[in-house]
Structure formats: C-alpha cells, structure tokens
Design a protein around this ligand. Structure first.
Ligand SMILES: [Zn+2]
Length: 243
C-alpha cells in the first residue's frame, strides 16, 4: 500500500488521535499492521541503555484493539490476565509461581502500543524475564528533525534534535540489519541516506533501496557496523556521503 504522510496522521499523538492501517485475512482470523513494521524485542536485547530509556517512559494501560494486533489471536485473552505476582490463581500462572502473562502499554511520545510478555518458570535454573512487541513509527513526528542514529543488539533508534528517542521509523517488510549484503542493510542504508540528504527533515520510512549512498551502504554491510561504531550523527552521515 502506498501513502503520503499528509494523508494520514501516523505519528503525532499530540493531535489526540492516530490513524492506523490494518492488514487482515478474515478467513484466518488474522489482523495486523499494513504499514508500520512489527518490532520484536527479545529479553536479551533489553540490556541496552537506549532500550531502557524507551522502556522507562512507557505507560501501562488497559489492553485495546491495537494490542490485539500484536499477539496471535488465540493469545488475546492473556492480555487480560493478571500476572502471577498479582494473583496466584491467574489463568496465566503455571504451577503456582510460573507465569506467561502479558502486560499492555503505550508509548506517550509516539502513541504506539506495546505488549510485554512474561516468561517466568521456577524449574531448574528458573527464569524470570520479559520480551516486548511493538510497532515502529512510520516517521518521526511532524516537527521532529533527526539528529542521531543509535544501534545496539540489533535494535535501531533515532534521536531527534530535541533529544526524544524513537525506534527508527520502519515500514512493514523493510526490516533493518547490518553486517552482510542483503535487504536489511540496504533498507537501513537507503533510510540513512534519505536522512543525510534532507538534513534530517524527511524522516518517512520506506526509502527505496536504489537511493542508498554507496559509502553508507558499505558501512551498513560491513562487520564494523556490527561490531564497533553503534552511533552516527547527522554530520557523520553527511560526511560519509562526501566520500
Ligand atoms: Zn506474569
């Protein structure tokens, strides 16, 4: 599906509403996002300072229809179950103190829903951890200007000129990654090129792969991106384009 940002308010919760475009296959009982990319964050990816900063601002809320699009249909009831730490008789409790509940949040900066999934079991070497699912925004907010790119544990972030942190805007079907030749590094390079070329003004996700600047593409494909440098300012990106 194509869209122009002017057609839909997709990123500005200040307006009091957001449009969201659903993809649905009714015969399968399936409904999810048509435009916004789904972002799954495993427990071992939650250890970075950027994730912790983002997590710290989330607001717990009642489950709504948006959260239902982030879980398998048959798991929707678990959105409404209390955690075993709140109720030992929760339908999501396992053997008295284990738990597979879910909790629901929203991001007050970008309006997007977040589902946290609990995995707690008390067997040998017991585990108590949370993973998260949300949608990436399709752009930064209307008055935001991109200033820095951050990366860590395969999570990609944008920092605005005013200091707000966002999951890097991403379209469904255009996942980002680094360290090899393929679609993920190409999608990331194309988006970073667009940011550099527009002085951080055009933050709409979905730049076509051909737009990727060769120097930026070489960086996203390199193992250096995977290993070391995990932050690039707008000035760094523009300097890469001069090469
Ligand atoms: Zn729980």
């Amino acid at each position: 599906m194509t869209f122009q940002p002017r057609d839909l308010n997709l990123t500005d919760p200040e307006k009091g509403y957001l449009h969201f475009v659903l993809y649905t296959e009714p015969h399968r009982g399936y409904a999810s996002s048509s435009l916004n990319a789904t972002v799954k964050i495993e427990a071992q990816q939650t250890m970075t300072p950027h994730f912790q900063e983002w997590l710290g601002r989330l607001v717990r809320c009642e489950p709504n229809a948006m959260h239902c699009t982030l879980v398998e249909p048959r798991k929707i009831p678990t959105l409404f179950h209390p955690c075993v730490t709140e109720d030992k008789d929760s339908p999501s409790a396992i053997a008295g103190s284990g738990c597979t509940c879910r909790q629901t949040f929203y991001d007050p900066e970008f309006g997007l829903p977040v589902v946290a999934e609990h995995f707690k079991h008390v067997g040998t070497g017991g585990t108590d951890e949370w993973s998260y699912t949300t949608f990436a925004p399709l752009a930064l907010r209307p008055d935001d200007v991109f200033s820095r790119f951050h990366m860590g544990r395969s999570l990609f972030w944008a920092r605005t000129e005013k200091g707000a942190l966002s999951i890097l805007p991403q379209r469904e079907g255009r996942g980002y990654s680094v360290g090899y030749s393929g679609g993920g590094p190409s999608a990331l390079a194309a988006y970073l090129t667009q940011l550099a070329e527009t002085d951080g003004q055009n933050t709409v996700a979905g730049a076509s792969y051909e737009e990727a600047h060769p120097a930026i593409l070489a960086w996203t494909q390199s193992s250096a991106a995977d290993r070391g440098t995990n932050e690039l300012s707008l000035a760094d990106l523009k300097a890469m384009q001069q090469r």
